[in-house]
Design a binder for this molecule. Sequence first.
Ligand code: NAP
Ligand code: G4F
Length: 327
Amino acid sequence: MADRRALITGVTGQDGSFLARLLLKKGYRVYGLVRRLSSPNISNIATILDQIELLDGDLMDQSSLNEAVKRADPSEIYNLAAQSFVGASFSQPALTGEITGLGALRLLEATRTHASSARLYQAASSEMFGHVDREPQDESTPFHPRSPYGVAKVYAYWACVNYREAYSMFVSNGILFNHESEVRGIEFVTRKISDGVARIATGRAQQIVLGNIDARRDWGYAPDYVDLMWRILQYSTPDDFVGATGESHSVREFAQEAFRVVGIEDWESHVKLDPRFNRPAEVYNLRGNPAKAERELGWKPRTRFKELVRIMVEADMARLESTKGAT
Ligand code: NAP
Ligand code: G4F
């Protein structure tokens, strides 16, 4: 087997840490791009630090990306780094555009110049569909982004298509719907709920404060989705694929199910609504059609909604149990 070398941007994040483990299992040599922070944020990759090589770099900085690509000399590049929180993109729109949009372009340039035969995966998003005019959404659904984050992802998506067409590079977009896990960032609604429910169940808190609980999302489990990323880069040609479960549920249903896992029935008395968490423009309903990924790549999400909620709530309960006495 040829030397398989992968460079992952965003390796410290949810998806990056699952993908690094998957690629290590497959025998890849794994390089992870990390940006300089005053307090290193490596908890998600702590157990594999001795098996991967970290390279300094930032999607805001072209020369660091050039150096990282040269050093890793990768056969595959996974661009997972982003300012990925939609809520924050409204308060930091230009930063989000720089990292999430132009950052992808900088990585494409580094790849074109220093590793033009590498295959590149771009973490595109169902947020690009935004204000949808049809359901379910698939690869042919028009984009109508509703946030600076969504706008930046649309830019990155088209930059990838352009590099594919202009330079014949192997660049593919995975248009993934929401995927969550026990290491999901605490500001995202699913983890905010699973953590909040665990705190309430263990007597540490009384309430969870949420925004629009009627919003609906197509939620899957992150380990299933990093497998899809890998499959997309093994395909015969560069192409774009939707990754989704095909089911949508409301935030309200997620909360109700999470409270059910810990045996709390009067869940509504523990949920307070606060317009502070509403967005200037909301994406009300997303549901994807993963038929192309299933047909062409043999991919199917394995973890369904109730199982996902249970995994997340039980992980937060276990974490709180192991830190008894702490808040
Ligand atoms: P995440 O947990 O927020 O991870 C984001 C990663 O990007 C972190 O490793 C972060 O590093 C890194 N990063 C941020 N700014 C950077 C910069 N300027 N230079 C270099 N690295 C930077 O996100 P995720 O949920 O794993 O998602 C992975 C990717 O998929 C993202 O691009 C996201 O937009 C996209 N996506 C996610 C979903 C989903 O539901 N999870 C769905 C569709 C698309 P630090 O640790 O230093 O902050
Ligand atoms: O969990 P969220 O913040 O995720 P969102 O906005 O769907 O974005 C995630 O999925 C995208 C894929 O479609 C990714 F591209 C993106 O990087 C990210 O991973 O919010 C989900 C829904 C929204 O409609 C939001 O308005 O939940 C609603 N919500 C209601 N109360 C809340 C809250 N969201 C958050 N974060 N916090 C709340 O209190």
